[in-house]
Ligand binder design. Sequence first.
Ligand code: MG
Length: 373
Amino acid sequence: MAEQVPYAVSGTNTRGRRHPEPSPAARSEFQRDRDRVVHSTAFRRLEYKTQVFVNHEGDLFRTRLTHSIEVAQIARTLARAMRLNEDLAEAIALSHDLGHTPFGHTGQDALNDCMREHGGFEHNLQSLRTVDLLEERYGAFDGLNLTYETREGILKHCAPRKAKELGELGRRFIEGTQPSLEAQLCNLADEIGYNNHDVDDGLRSGLITLEQLDEAGIWARHVAVVRQDFPQIAGRRLVHETVRRMINSLAVDLIDETSRNIADSGVGTLEEVRKARPLAAFSVAMHAEHKELKHFLRINLYQHHQVLRMTNKARRIITDLFGAFMEDPRLLPPQYQQMASADKPRAIADYVAGMTDRYAIREHRRLFAVGEI
Ligand code: MG
């Protein structure tokens, strides 16, 4: 691998782990972070959590697991091309969605409503809580004891009130400084990932059509070239050939624009990256196209009546589960009952957030359907 640039995160400029540990024998600190994430329980659960489509509705739709792997693949490409820390980028990408509730954003919004009087619920903070506290795998500490830089990358945003409680990790939200470039790029790799796979999944589900998609400039531009290059192309092959070109053009644009920003800013160290303006960015033209695609998906896919019917059910499930456990915490599994004796609403939020889509559906049936046990 090419040598890293001096402003990349490395074993020498890392702020380390909360609980000091001997350096790993055959891996970098950031490989170790990635490996810990891959072995975690929360990571395995991502297979049965969804963003837009409920898991059992089809075998071909993205889950949070395949989404995280796609984001990691894009993030690694970006990091390697820019001679940043590829292992760190991978570790952040694989852990960025660990705190997500079942049923995607609806689940998060519903749980946040349930927790309104009890400090709220935010998936980003929950991802951090998962790696810092909830995973039970090591004798010496709670959580996975990841490096500061992986944790910094997981915490993409944070309200100032919460930031104060987080100490050193929260300080940048108060001071207005930036995380590492690896973290900044992962954030945009996430957007590249979900916009493009939602186009693919949206078409596959039949909720959006090729004709509708022509409204989105980035799609229209690429599909025109695909049709010119392959006049006979149709169906899935047309979709995949277009989506792969969109992903590639976004990644290349991001690398070019970010490299220009780095050169213009003159940053030479990680600390200078943290103090500079955000350096990872799309070009102005690409940013506009990307935003337009996001808007298209919001109107035509996320607010599609069939999706709304599903999200309505999801909201009811989360709200019912939370209410039932609040009313009688003895219904919780024993380990959560113990946690509930310290902080009932938070323990219930942890339990509900950890559920997979199908587990939440089953748990709802067990608690509410007469005749089920
Ligand atoms: Mg994501």
